[in-house]
Design a protein around this ligand. Sequence first.
Ligand SMILES: Nc1nc2c(ncn2[C@@H]2O[C@H](COP(=O)(O)OP(=O)(O)OP(=O)(O)O)[C@@H](O)[C@H]2O)c(=O)[nH]1
Length: 451
Amino acid sequence: MATSAGPAAPSTTSNAPVAIVCVGMAGSGKTTFMQRLVSHLYTHPDPTVREPAVPKTPTAPPYILNLDPAVHHVPFTPNIDIRDSVNYKEVMKQFNLGPNGGILTSLNLFSTKIDQVISLLEKRTKPPEPVAEPEQTTVEFMTNTGKATPVPESQQVKHILVDTPGQIEVFVWSASGEILLSSLASTFPTVIAYVIDTPRTTSTSTFMSNMLYACSILYKTKLPMILVFNKTDVQNADFAKEWMTDFEAFQDALRKEEEGGSFGGEGSAVGGGSGYMGSLLNSMSLVLDEFYKHLSVVGVSAMTGEGIDEFFKGVNAKKEEFERDYKPELERRRAERESAKVAHRQRELSKLMKDMNVGPSKGKKPAKPRPTTTEEPDTVSDAEDMDDKSDNAGFGNYDEIMEDNDDSDDADYADTDDTLQSRYQTALKNSGASDDQDMSFLRMMHKAKLG
Ligand SMILES: Nc1nc2c(ncn2[C@@H]2O[C@H](COP(=O)(O)OP(=O)(O)OP(=O)(O)O)[C@@H](O)[C@H]2O)c(=O)[nH]1
């Protein structure tokens, strides 16, 4: 277990911005922690910026995503806010859902826009073009008006902060949560910050519950994780760090709690004598020893700002770990998915060819890039506005999103058309059929978009 990132070592990481996804139980302080991170980045000098003329350049403002559709108020201004796209209350009403179902459905609806979100993030975090004069290093980005504006290197986004709903399972275990996280992680180095309410974790059983939860998130997301023991202004987190590094210290605490009758064993005022909890926790702590080794642990106070520097050191260390250990695996999985997709399409096409009694494929043209619009949206909300001015209760444009997906299929089919048409024409020529037949088939293909 790494309890601290130590002194700043020479970095081997890329310049890509790091995405920090804040996950934690309701009330653990995720939103307050996010606010603290934002204000820290705005006010603290960035040691990595190469601008000797301005030694105290603040770290570039972060790019902020709010993925909690049910939050009333966020104490920062998110660049992308799920509430701009989906009306959580309306979702509950229209689909007759409870609060958790409402959050889940809102996330599902929002995840259909993940491509737009990622392309916006990519645009905002674009690295500077290489130029001759280092002091003139700038990056072009689009303003609301669509006009290109130079951005100094010091202001390039280096951190993407993501706030998530307190219902962890709704985010981490849902299909939409997986889509959002995997899309983010396949584009940027991504780190999970698991926020823990320290004052409510002082007993061995609540501590162990939290560790098991963190463990399940780590294995589900397969992303590097930092345990953030929050609210250290109320309760110091040293006890937790000790329990994670010294098995005997945890055993001692467990014994004391057992003797005090905390687990319903002998001498307990409640329950009566099962005492299984003590031995279960004992075994758990042994099992989790391996898991602790993969974590960074920091104690912070989102209220006072204590420990935030150490947190960012931990983020840098985890970013390196991501690029070293996680990225190759992610890329391998992505390549696997891509080749499976290509093989599937090829199989389908061959089947079609067989049905039509046309010869086998001699290769396929790569997919055409989708046409881009000249006017670029600034946020997902803007993108939606451009798509559909009449946003009906947030998900009125859902159908249109589905249409968008159809469009992309059309692009694939159009690609298939070309190949199919040329192959059909060749086969027709070889068989000596008349031009009339040729034209009627092409007309039919054009009409059906596939043939
Ligand atoms: N003393 C202290 N209180 C904190 C700290 N961080 C958060 N709180 C308090 O904890 C409560 C919950 O904080 P939030 O930031 O709303 O927690 P959350 O995890 O975003 O909550 P949900 O949105 O419900 O998931 C608030 O009353 C905060 O003021 C801290 O570092 N110290």
